[in-house]
Design a protein around this ligand. Structure first.
Ligand code: SIN
Ligand code: FE2
Length: 201
């Protein structure tokens, strides 16, 4: 992890890019393998029944889930009935350090959603709003390959800010930006992974 203050850029109010903060990513990449061996990536469906293009899994005390019953956090993996794998120590240390470096203070996430994007996968504009505690920031980590992230802000209209995220980049948003709309474009070749740390419960 880097602590170079020059790598801290506030790209919008309370949206902070920590360029290269998680580099090198080898230990994180290995931890993704460990988590996904226990809780395999799967293609969730929206409540309306459409398959999401990113494959997902989770670790922590709960995991984000979606099906016909809606968007929610599940205490166990519905596909196996087993608790989600624990958040790897290397993940937890990164999330804490990133929130602190971005100026959000003490952050203890209880879940990490892992998205896997093949080259045709992307994510439309949405906001992270299924958590109980909006006082806590979101810590979002790019692994694998680069992609363009779009930040709309509190309303889903107008032309968004475009931020190219490279492997090892960490984006943190919180405070008044916590419920900001965002989206991500297709990865730039290869497979991209994204870790999203949240305090959900
Ligand atoms: C998300 O908003 O859930 C994913 C963001 C990303 O992949 O960068
Ligand atoms: Fe999101």
């Amino acid at each position: 992890m880097r602590s170079d203050p020059l790598s801290v850029i506030e790209v919008a109010p309370e949206v902070v890019l920590l360029h290269g903060f998680a580099a090198p990513t080898d230990a994180l990449d290995a931890a993704v393998e460990v988590v996904s061996a226990a809780a395999p990536f799967r293609q969730l469906k929206t409540p309306g029944g459409r398959p999401m293009s990113a494959f997902m899994t989770s670790c922590g005390a709960c995991g984000w889930y979606s099906d016909a019953r809606g968007y929610r956090y599940e205490p166990a993996d519905p596909s196996t009935g087993k608790p989600w794998p624990a958040i790897p120590a290397v993940f937890a240390a990164l999330a804490r350090a990133a929130a602190d470096a971005a100026g959000f203070g003490v952050f203890e996430p209880d879940t990490c959603l892992i998205n896997r994007y093949v080259p045709s996968a992307q994510m439309g504009a949405h906001r992270d709003a299924d958590e109980r505690d909006f006082s806590q920031p979101i810590v979002s980590v790019t692994l694998g390959t680069a992609a363009t992230f779009l930040w709309y802000g509190l309303e889903r209209r107008g032309s968004p800010l475009r931020i190219r995220l490279f492997p090892g980049d960490v984006l943190v948003w919180g405070g008044a930006a916590r419920k900001g709309y965002h989206a991500v474009r297709k990865p730039e070749g290869g497979t991209r992974y994204n870790l999203t740390f949240r305090k959900a419960l």
